[in-house]
Design a protein around this ligand. Structure first.
Ligand SMILES: [Zn+2]
Length: 83
């Protein structure tokens, strides 16, 4: 465990929040002040993955409502033709 002290205020690599020099971790997201470049990259790719999954869920939801709407419209037309 590193107990280095920074002599200046610093900006979080992950969320860009400003932190005091006494803080060992980001006060907003808990990200370590002395993170290596590799762990920063991991953090970023995890965030990107989460965004991708979210947009895929949204796409599935939109497709579901479009298909449901088409089916409802087809039923209405079918009923109008029968009557
Ligand atoms: Zn942060």
């Amino acid at each position: 465990m590193s107990h280095k002290k920074l002599s200046y205020d610093w900006v979080c690599h992950a969320c860009k929040a400003e932190n005091s020099k006494q803080a060992q971790q980001c006060q907003v997201c808990g990200y370590a002040a002395f993170a290596s470049m590799q762990s920063i990259k991991n953090h970023e790719s995890q965030q990107r993955k989460a965004e991708f999954q979210l947009s895929r869920e949204q796409t599935v939801q939109v497709l579901f409502w479009v298909v449901t709407g088409i089916i409802v419209l087809l039923f209405k037309f079918a009923l109008m033709l029968w009557i």
